[in-house]
Write a protein that binds this ligand. Sequence first.
Ligand code: FES
Length: 159
Amino acid sequence: MTFDPQVEQEAAAILARYPEKRSALLPFLHLVQREQGYLSPATMEEVARRLHLHPVEVLEVATFYSWFNLKPVGKHRLQVCQNLSCTLRGAERIIGTLKEELRIGEGETSPDGLFTLQRVECLASCGSAPVMQVNDEYHENLSPESVRALLTRWRAAAR
Ligand code: FES
């Protein structure tokens, strides 16, 4: 399997930075996910082959971190924290609002392909709970109103 030439070039640069190939695993997974949107079994096998790892080692890392998608996701991946501070400050209301607005359940993607809703463990921003990570951005001190405003903004941008 080969990746896009630009990705191959970046992959070579990543691999050159690490004398121990296995140390390149996280940046390599981020790179290929950025290209493909998620990590397919074939992609993880290819990463394992290039880093001289067993495919299970790659799978273990990919499933441990909530950064990685193991199946296709929407353009905006909405990851709502469900840990203590966020729960005490209304995370369930945030998840409920998103389900209602998007008419999807947790783990599902909206039919327009714009949103995937997920629950995740602590996002390490407990002081600004409730928190949602959307792709690489944090949205903090959320309320049902601010969540609706974000959805409106993203929907308008997609038109
Ligand atoms: S409890 Fe939600 S960020 Fe830590």
